[in-house]
Design a protein around this ligand. Structure first.
Ligand SMILES: [Zn+2]
Length: 213
């Protein structure tokens, strides 16, 4: 038997967030699910250019731990669970709405090996009546490094996000549900919303899992 299999067989599975024991086939434990269910959905103060915003929880506690496990420990199997909470937080959207993730910094995606926001957007489209375009419609130009800049720096130097050629054909006249994993200053959501407006979006509803207050 391979060592990795043996390890899985001998070590009881534990919740990746709190280390308490896990029911067979569960992704996280019942206690963590309860914490997430008790989170209050945040809908106030949409960033500039965004009509409405829904975020499942503060960027704190179990919600933050879940996002960290997904993004930084590369537990991509958690995407459906996170997207499920996001769908619950999305109170309304027209049947013709389009789901679009904020475009990633390409270097970051390359280093990480996957684009967490694209995975969440695909799960949201798969679990609802809204559709997701097959091709990216927005692009982030330049290094696009937002993390670690500090709040003032992020607001002073918003990311350079533009619509890709031909995106107006799909976005024009539509409601867009703009997905990001976490809202920090709102600069990325605002820059993405502005690019969506250029491409003809009529309404931009932002949907994030957590929000830093
Ligand atoms: Zn747990």
């Amino acid at each position: 038997m391979k060592a990795s299999r043996l390890a899985r067989w001998t070590v009881p599975s534990s919740c990746p967030l709190c280390r308490s024991s896990l029911e067979p086939d569960a992704l996280i434990c019942g206690g963590c699910i309860r914490d997430l269910n008790q989170s209050r959905v945040l809908r106030g103060d949409p960033p500039e250019g965004v009509d409405r915003i829904s975020s499942c929880a503060d960027h704190d506690g179990t919600a933050r731990d879940l996002l960290v496990a997904f993004k930084f420990r590369r537990m991509t199997g958690l995407s459906g669970l996170i997207a499920g909470f996001m769908l619950d937080a999305l109170d309304q959207s027209g049947p013709g709405a389009l789901v679009i993730g904020v475009p990633p910094a390409r270097l970051r995606t390359w280093i990480r090996g996957f684009d967490p926001v694209a995975l969440l957007a695909a799960e949201i489209a798969g679990g609802s009546a809204v559709s997701m375009p097959a091709e990216p419609l927005l692009r982030r130009h330049g290094a696009g490094r937002q993390r670690g800049q500090g709040r003032a720096g992020r607001l002073a130097r918003p990311p350079d996000i533009r619509p890709l050629n031909d995106s107006g054909r799909l976005i024009g006249g539509r409601e867009v549900i703009l997905v990001d994993d976490v809202m920090t200053t709102g600069a990325t959501l605002s820059a993405s919303a502005a690019a969506l407006r250029v491409a003809g979006a009529v309404t931009v509803t932002a949907l994030t899992f957590t929000r830093r207050l």
